[in-house]
Write a protein that binds this ligand. Structure first.
Ligand SMILES: Cc1cc2nc3c(=O)[nH]c(=O)nc-3n(C[C@H](O)[C@H](O)[C@H](O)COP(=O)(O)O)c2cc1C
Length: 222
């Protein structure tokens, strides 16, 4: 697969086929994505991959956690800036509406939307769940390095016919996840990622996610 095709066909996939992923393949891709660049070659990402019985265990643990604490444990960082406004707030609103319209879950159906959202905490029933941590004292440049790792992985997954959804919502249950994967205290959870084979027919995988026009974000000088 050409990189351009991997980029064009990657989307956040939120419904997966009931089909296992070869563990050796996942290992290889997690390793290969480590070729991502990072400032000073720090490679600040720390990855945990959860599959099989532990994944099933985590899903039932999350059901309990959500039932007793639906809003989560509070995130250790602002997932979005509290002052988010203008085009950014607009884009966030639009993608949410596009998804829930695609799923035919009305705005007033808060319980329905919440139920769908909580599927995040089952990794949308993907066969592989991943968590990405970073050393607590790292700053914005290293967080951007984490993004490079994650996108490299998502494109490599595409090359193998696999799909993914990055999930920062897991940061809302950072205590539960850190304990579950036994991450050291000095590591902070950034996000999760669902990985598996896309269900091509599911409405969750067929709504459009728009992008800004070139002129909105790029300036060419000279
Ligand atoms: C770091 C990161 C965290 C994300 N967290 C979530 C999440 O918690 N739940 C979710 O459904 N989608 C999540 N997404 C997916 C975004 O909503 C998605 O990338 C965006 O709407 C653009 O759509 P596309 O990926 O399908 O092109 C996340 C994406 C990124 C890059």
């Amino acid at each position: 697969m050409r990189i351009s095709k991997a980029v064009a066909t990657r989307r956040s996939v939120r419904a997966f086929l009931d089909k296992q992923v070869d563990p050796a393949l996942i290992r290889r891709l997690i390793e290969q994505a480590g070729r991502a660049p990072s400032g000073g070659n720090l490679q600040p990402w720390h990855i945990y991959v959860v599959t099989g019985a532990p994944l099933a265990q985590l899903k039932s643990l999350m059901e309990e956690k959500i039932a007793s604490n639906p809003k989560g444990e509070g995130s250790e960082f602002n997932i979005y800036p509290p002052e988010l406004e203008g085009i950014y707030a607009d884009r966030r609103y639009k993608i949410g509406e596009a998804m829930y319209n695609g799923l035919a879950i009305a705005r007033e159906d808060r319980a329905g939307r919440r139920m769908w959202f909580n599927r995040n905490y089952r990794f949308f029933d993907a066969p592989v769940g991943l968590f990405c941590f970073i050393e607590r004292y790292m700053g914005p440049p290293q967080w951007s390095d984490m993004g490079m790792y994650l996108q490299t992985l998502m494109l490599l997954l595409r090359e193998e016919g696999l799909d993914s959804c990055a999930q920062e919502c897991w940061a809302l249950f950072h205590n539960t996840i850190s304990t579950f994967v036994q991450a050291p205290d000095h590591h902070m959870l950034f996000c999760g990622m669902a990985i598996g084979y896309r269900d091509p027919d599911h409405a969750a995988n067929n709504f459009p996610s728009e992008r800004a026009a070139l002129e909105e974000f790029a300036t060419f000088i000279g």
